[in-house]
Design a protein around this ligand. Sequence first.
Ligand code: NDP
Length: 338
Amino acid sequence: NKQIIFKDYINGFPKESDMILKTSTIKLKVPEGCNDAVLVKNLYLSCDPYMRSRMSKLDDNYVPIFTPGSPIMGYGVAKVVDSSSPNFKKGDLIWGMTGWEDYSLIKSTEGLFKIHCTDVPLSYYTGILGMPGMSAYVGFNEISSPKQGETVFISAASGAVGQLVGQFAKLLGCYVVGSAGTQDKVNLLKSKFGFDDAFNYKEEADLNAALKRYFPQGIDIYFENVGGKMLEAVLLNMKLNGRIATCGMISQYNLDEEEGVRNLFVIITKQIRMQGFLVFHHYSLYPKFMDFILPLIKQGKIAYVEDVDEGLESAPAALIGLFSGRNVGKQVVRVAYE
Ligand code: NDP
């Protein structure tokens, strides 16, 4: 059983060497006395920015931190090889928390989702049909109270979550602009995902001026993925009664201390509603989300771009690539074929 082991807690940007490839042996059976467990063969692993928070020992962490010497944990798609759970049987496909290894013993099936629809690529359950898809749906459709004709700005717009938020907003008849870190990503936003406009934030000396160019009347909804300087500039461009769905702040994850953000006073003067959310508290909406998204995929009304790396060995580089913008679309690692 090949595994990617978490070496030790880190500060700053994660490096490939913080994760070590190791081989061990594993019995392909759920051990005696382990009730409600499944032994799975991992097929796809998801690389997600929140995994960075699991690499540091913080007092107030909102997700369990990794254990040094144990495999990296994350969302994945897997096939059940053995089960002691009444809810899962050998051969079932699942998505949920698993280990960065060929085979994982998942000791509680709570939080695992059985995959029923298999006429889409299975990797989709790490993205559009999994946690990032739910994040886009919850943050945009449920939290930001969108209305037809409103103006929407999305940062990290070509990524797993952003590309979907933009398309959900277009389906509703909003005017949508996204920012991303390369010209290729900007082109993708306009040509593939149907954004009305997009810009490369790395080429804008003055983010406030850039936003004024795209939103002369202001922004109704900001879908926040990056925080920091972008948030400062967005605040100056929000409309009265605007909403900010605060999904993530990736520009802050590798800093020892969070940057100060200016312009917060406009939250009062423009009566802005800024609301954060953690997607895993909204999984009860998953069936409703599937009813919404599956027809869109099947009717070709939604585009989805993923960046699939091959082999467990490629996972550390894929994960750290999220923080330099190496990924184009949803970052996935294929561990095995079904
Ligand atoms: P992406 O697929 O968008 O990958 C991350 C992207 O962020 C990179 O490709 C890069 O794109 C951009 N980025 C990296 N560093 C910076 C930086 N310093 N400043 C600006 N942009 C940067 O990730 P996801 O779509 O999976 O996640 C997007 C956000 O949503 C993250 O903040 C994540 O933590 C958050 N999230 C929150 C959830 C919740 O429950 N609240 C659930 C899921 C995600 P580029 O080339 O454009 O710079």
